[in-house]
Design a protein around this ligand. Sequence first.
Ligand code: PDD
Length: 284
Amino acid sequence: MSRTVYVNGEFVAEENATISIFDRGFLFADAVYEVSSVIDGKLLDNARHLARLHRSLGELKIPAPDTDENILRVQKELIQRNSLTEGAVYLQVTRGAAERDFAFPKNAQPGIVMFTQAKQLRDSPQAKNGIAIATMPDIRWKRRDIKTVGLLAQSMAKQAALDAGAVDAWMVEDGFVTEGSSNNAFIVDKNGTIITRQLGNDILHGITRASILKLTEAENIKLEERAFTVAEALQAQEAFITSASTFVWPVISIDGHSIGDGKPGPVAGRLRELYIDTALQAAE
Ligand code: PDD
């Protein structure tokens, strides 16, 4: 069934949506994006996603294509027009179309596209059964805090993980885990302390990560924001990932080694429940 998508001010059937071959998102990956999850037809953590969108745009000096009020209006209209109850709204802002040149064009008009994706988020088998992770070298650029559409390294890491019989990749740099191919990485040590890499230019500042850290504080769970090694992860009691498209998924093995007892752990399970409950309460 054809979706209605949004392209630069217009709602159109997906097969009629077009952008220029000179669009810099296409030619240079000169574009940023956000993925907001939807449950019961409502957007979760969306204001924070829009705040991060502005940060990404600012770092790349791309002007905002529209006001947040209008963006939210379009997101909601897409949910409604596509009768989306559970899944995500993807939104991408590109610097726009211009003659191909490495320098930023002076007068390009930023473009914005949005579409919905139906997906089962709450009752996912991965949340219930946990996932296998394979570690891969992190071959990305050095501004991973900007959420650009330059995702080929992540795509390669994910595919290599699938080829290795895992579900996702954790990327590793100088012996330390940076993050997952499209999620943030966490471990829980033998003392019950949650460990996740500190923010910086080397990982994406996950919106779900931030919400989970708030919940750990409220739950009085000890937290260390620091880099951890693969060896440390293999010794962990539990491991899990967070993102808008997974919320919290337990990790039950890394490179074929079981984590803890090889079953989804209680900390990940509890945080997942809490996250969904609190995010839904504030959903819009
Ligand atoms: N990915 N790290 C990376 C590299 C990511 O691509 C993502 C999100 C995250 C988690 O961020 P958040 O909690 O804000 O979703 C961390 C999205 C879901 C994607 O590319 O589809």
